[in-house]
Design a protein around this ligand. Structure first.
Ligand SMILES: [Zn+2]
Length: 115
């Protein structure tokens, strides 16, 4: 849990809207786990599962497919991106979501930004 808090401290902006804590309401950023449900506890210790966002964007990301969440992780925190580990922690096969699926979502997110 300590590592998660330390990591969170370094994330100064929401990964989706780009706003800082003082620019959103409530004025704080939250950590979303890509790993949810019964396996969520495992995700608290896996840096690859963490996404930093404001509460508003948290609600949006909650509704995204997992491949798209991985894509945001890869773009914003590539150093900690670990698709295979997260797939397994989610109780699936290491390739249940493939790199190709993630890259397709990366392309869409980047295209949105370029548009
Ligand atoms: Zn946001």
């Amino acid at each position: 849990m300590k590592a998660r808090a330390k990591w969170a401290e370094k994330q100064t902006k929401c990964w989706l809207c780009g706003k800082q804590a003082w620019e959103v309401f409530p004025p704080k950023l939250t950590t979303h786990e890509i790993i949810r449900g019964v396996n969520r506890k495992k995700g608290l210790n896996i840096p690859g599962a963490w996404i930093r966002c404001c509460q508003h964007c948290h609600g949006i990301i909650d509704g995204w497919p997992i491949a798209k969440q991985y894509a945001l992780k890869k773009i914003m925190d590539g150093k900690n991106y670990n698709r295979e580990l997260c797939n397994v922690a989610r109780g699936r096969q290491p390739e249940s979501i493939t790199e190709e699926e993630v890259m397709a979502e990366v392309a869409k997110l980047i295209w949105m930004e370029l548009k």
